[in-house]
Design a protein around this ligand. Structure first.
Ligand code: TXA
Ligand code: MG
Length: 333
């Protein structure tokens, strides 16, 4: 199969929507990461998504809709707090888990009786979903286990020859996946940190249950290895000695003949002297925006080890730490 990268004009969005209605899968941009979409009502299309990604099919997919008017197309009910959160923060980098409507085939949700629902804010995503005229289930458009794609080229690198179309919406602004909140529990529960800070969510709906650091994967997907470049990732805990530990580790590894790079804020670049760095930008939004793209870039250049600066555990920083710890497979310096 030839994979076409298309500029997202009306004509090309229409071509992609037609492909979806014919049971094909299409990669499209969202503000978080690129998604690999299929008609959520079409179990065969859903199978194609799992196959293209090489994804275990017990790992449920998020269903994307164009506006809150469609929530009840996919969910049996929308609890009061979920509605409140949706009104405040959707469209945006947020997914809410709701009781699944029967019309959504169970292959979409890995057999669960719940469904993750998202309304992306990216104009191309919304135009595409509207043109399709059906809910679009979509995981991130990467090969399973690789960092999520934040550029059309990343999708092409992973899925060339496996899907017909990629809508190219440029770089995803947020750069990490949506925050997931489960509303099928007695109390709302955080399942995955992401593009919306937890503080922002709690400002709207009050306390949210948070379990982190345990061995139980709350979202089925979180038990799988994620976000990993081929290079080894070392995560440096954010504290006053972080820069010193990074320098010591960099020097030790380069002496062993490793090609090492330090992922750091531009503002702290001077700590590292002439050592090789990947400057993510001046703040943590920029760090999130560039993180996955820089992982892929380091792999392209054959880097052996990426030492990543940690972030304060608040706001988007907490989501960055979550992704870095996963990518590092628990290796903290
Ligand atoms: O930002 C995003 O969320 C992107 C864009 C494309 O929307 N999508 C994304 O999808 O990150 P994916 O499949 O890579 O990650 C979805 C996560 C998985 O860990 C999955 O287990 C979890 O969401 N999930 C989906 N439906 C769920 C459900 N009903 N209950 C619990 N977890 C669910
Ligand atoms: Mg993913």
């Amino acid at each position: 199969m030839v994979t076409h990268i298309l500029v997202p004009n009306d004509n090309n969005i229409d071509i992609c929507a037609k492909a979806i209605r014919c049971g094909q899968v299409v990669a499209f941009p969202t503000e978080t990461v690129y998604g690999l979409g299929g008609n959520a009502y079409d179990a065969q299309a859903v199978d194609k998504i799992y196959t293209a990604k090489g994804r275990p099919n017990d790992n449920p997919l998020i269903v994307h809709i164009a506006s809150a008017d469609h929530l009840l197309d996919v969910a049996r009910e929308v609890p009061v707090l979920a509605r409140k959160l949706a009104d405040a923060l959707m469209p945006g980098p947020l997914t809410i888990v709701l009781p699944k409507k029967e019309s959504i085939p169970s292959v979409v949700t890995g057999g669960l009786d719940t469904v993750g629902v998202r309304i992306p804010s990216h104009p191309v995503a919304r135009a595409f979903i509207e043109a399709c005229g059906c809910p679009i289930c979509a995981p991130s458009a990467n090969t399973s286990g690789k960092p999520s794609p934040t550029l059309a080229e990343h999708v092409f690198d992973d899925l060339n020859g496996k899907i017909p179309y990629i809508l190219d919406g440029g770089a995803c602004s947020v750069g990490i996946e949506s925050t997931i909140i489960d509303f099928c529990m007695p109390k709302p529960r955080l399942l995955r940190r992401g593009g919306v800070a937890l503080e922002q969510i709690m400002n709207v709906i009050g306390e949210v249950d948070v379990y982190e650091g345990g061995n139980i994967a709350l979202c089925p997907g979180m038990k799988y290895k994620h976000y990993s470049p081929v290079a080894s990732v070392l995560f440096a805990n954010y504290d006053e000695c972080m820069h010193d530990r990074i320098v010591a580790e960099y020097d030790r590894l380069t002496e062993l003949g490793k090609r090492v790079e330090i992922m750091c804020l531009t503002t702290g670049r001077y700590f590292y002297g002439s050592r090789h760095t990947l400057e993510v930008g001046c703040d943590y939004d920029a760090y999130a925006h560039n993180l996955f793209a820089f992982f892929r870039d380091a792999d392209r250049r054959g880097i052996d080890v990426i030492i990543c600066e940690g972030a304060p555990s608040m706001g988007i920083g907490a989501s960055i730490v979550n992704r870095l710890v996963k990518a590092a497979g628990g290796t903290t310096i």
